[in-house]
Design a protein around this ligand. Structure first.
Ligand code: PMT
Length: 221
């Protein structure tokens, strides 16, 4: 069901990985390239949607015909998400968001001092953006889609995450061992609160994205 089945719809997508700075030159980050989120953006635009892409540190060109907002940290991403969601029919959180950030930002480059052991890095929790926008829908009937990046007990952890986060759909993908991050292909299981579980075989990230939009379009109709 392709064509322009998302015409008249506005979708908000997050992509990439947040960076949580320690000092002006260092950060805690992850391996997200942004490819899966950008594939969601280009496929949604091809299906007629108005697309807002919130991009965290993806080294990819802005897709044509898409509104792109560039952010870096989880707190910046949260601000951008909260600003964009009031107009969205659907929100897809494909970004890899850091659960923790350094408790302290050191304004000058942290120095290595001879004979002095490095101090441990204290971390604090970041807000859970997906749980927040799922619990407080910016519009009635708004659909919220999350991703789950899992290294073990993939399906069991995915099912538990769907319940915990409160979103409508959850794309569970296995990461680690060269899977998902940075590749052009991905495999997943699409879980829904209606109990359906759709297996998405390994294939281009655009195909996975189209399967997500099929599920979104069916639920918005
Ligand atoms: O960018 P690529 O190289 O193409 O790789 C794609 C991908 C592996 C990054 C992508 O497919 C993916 O799995 N994205 C989600 C990564 C992630 O953060 O998973 P998680 O299981 O830690 O988080 C679950 C969900 O909560 C995600 O929708 C995440 O965006 C969201 N979250 C997490 C933490 C947080 N503080 N706030 C959030 O909103």
């Amino acid at each position: 069901a392709l064509g322009a089945d998302l015409a008249g719809r506005h979708v908000v997508i997050s992509a990439g990985g947040t960076r949580e700075p320690l000092d002006p030159v260092r950060f805690l980050g992850n391996h997200s390239s942004g490819k899966q989120g950008y594939a969601l953006a280009t496929t949604a635009a091809a299906r007629g949607a108005r697309v807002t892409l919130l991009s965290a540190n993806a080294a990819l060109p802005d897709p044509a015909g898409v509104d792109v907002v560039h952010v870096s940290t989880a707190l910046e991403l949260r601000e951008a998400v909260l600003k964009a969601v009031p107009e969205a029919d659907a929100v897809v959180m494909a970004a890899a968001v850091a659960d923790f950030r350094p408790a302290e930002y050191v304004s000058g480059k942290i120095k290595k001092v001879d004979g002095v052991d490095p101090s441990p890095v204290a971390l604090v929790r970041n807000p859970d953006i997906l749980a927040e926008i799922s619990a407080h829908r910016a519009r009635p009937g708004q659909l919220v889609v999350g991703f789950a990046a899992e290294t073990d007990d993939v399906l069991a952890n995915g099912r538990a995450k769907l319940a915990r986060k409160g979103c409508d759909l959850l794309v569970v993908n296995e990461v680690g061992g060269g899977k998902a991050f940075g590749r052009d292909t991905n495999a997943a299981v699409l879980l829904s609160t209606d109990g359906t579980e759709v297996e998405i075989p390994d294939g281009p990230k655009e195909s996975l994205a189209d399967t997500v939009w099929d599920a979104v379009a069916a639920r918005l109709a």
